[in-house]
Design a protein. Structure first.
Length: 326
């Protein structure tokens, strides 16, 4: 636990008028402590941080007469009963979310390492033979390659399955003429990157080149919109304008992306109704997608950091529509 993080959390507690904050093993605790750990962390203004073995022991560390106590968002029901504190309970996310949304340099470095691991998956995929293999087999092969310590999960969709946004790899055999979508979630030191690329086997299906070109334009428009002072909704609108005007609008997925960090999906949300104002240190996955029912679809996504000067793209894998060997 660094003094910088502790000071920021205590400032947040003061702003929320909390007399104590109790965190169970969770992403919130991981953020504050800096690593995974067991036990319950109890923070009380003016006192050193203390770990308790369980919820009941944590409750005993809350000052008598405390009026407002922050509790972990992931607190279990039986743990809340065990706390038994006579105080107004406030979700810890009120304090932690505004801190977690802006990444510190070491967090950004971990996310960039994860993005680099995702790039290696895409480059490896371009060198593999795909004809006759099943989606699930290719997903396992890509996820099981050595990635120098990073954890990687891979989703592969082929042919008509690329038109299904939530598709899970199955026994579908990959053939020449198929579109292939590869989505990679990589993790380094607990921090995530989520990226996507589109491929074709031997040759693209009819009009797939046009669909892919529109996605690249939508991605570029969204990245260009990322800068301090712009809202998450405005970034989504930049991509949506391109998609809607292309003629593919009715097949486009609404919602351009989301934040990444300790959670693979977290704030801000690049959707029409998220008013979050972007600031330096925020990281988002920008991943516009088009799904034409029963035919094909694609998603092209990268992790982007908002900096004082605009967007910095953390993924570097080629964006061109790569033709896989049959």
């Amino acid at each position: 636990m660094t003094g910088e993080v502790l000071a920021a959390v205590l400032d947040g507690m003061a702003a929320a008028r909390l007399d104590a904050l109790i965190l169970r093993p969770s992403l919130g605790l991981r953020y504050v402590v800096g690593h995974d750990t067991s036990g319950f962390l109890v923070l009380v203004p003016g006192l050193p941080p203390v770990f308790a073995a369980d919820a009941a022991e944590a409750a005993a560390l809350v000052p008598p007469g405390a009026g407002r106590v922050g509790v972990d968002t992931e607190m279990r029901v039986h743990e809340l009963f065990a706390l038994g504190v006579e105080a107004d309970l406030v979700l810890a996310s009120r304090v932690l979310d505004p801190l977690r949304i802006r990444k510190r340099p070491e967090e950004l470095a971990a996310i960039e390492r994860a993005a680099t691991a995702a790039d290696r998956v895409f480059r490896a995929a371009a060198r593999m033979s795909w004809f006759g293999a099943a989606e699930s087999d290719m997903a396992v092969r890509l996820a099981s390659m050595p990635w120098t310590g990073e954890q990687v999960s891979v989703v592969v969709a082929a042919g008509e399955n690329t038109a299904r946004p939530e598709h899970k790899p199955g026994p579908r055999v990959i053939n020449p003429g198929d579109a292939v979508t590869i989505q990679v979630t990589a993790q380094h030191d607990g921090y995530h990157a989520h990226a996507s690329r589109a491929f074709v086997v031997a040759e693209p299906p009819e009009d797939f080149d046009a669909l892919h070109a529109v996605l690249l334009l939508a991605r570029a428009a969204a990245i260009e919109a990322v800068r301090p002072g712009v809202t998450a909704a405005e970034v989504d609108a930049a991509a949506w304008t391109v998609l809607d005007e292309s003629g593919f609008g009715r097949y486009a997925e609404r919602g351009t992306g989301h934040g990444v960090g300790l959670d693979r999906r977290e704030a801000p949300w690049l959707t029409p109704d998220d008013p979050t104002v972007l600031a330096p240190g925020m990281t988002v996955t920008i991943a516009p997608a088009i799904h034409v029912p029963e035919l094909y679809g694609a998603r092209v996504g990268d992790v982007v950091e908002c900096t004082a000067n605009g967007a910095r793209t953390l993924n570097q894998a080629p964006l061109t529509l790569h033709v896989l060997d049959p």
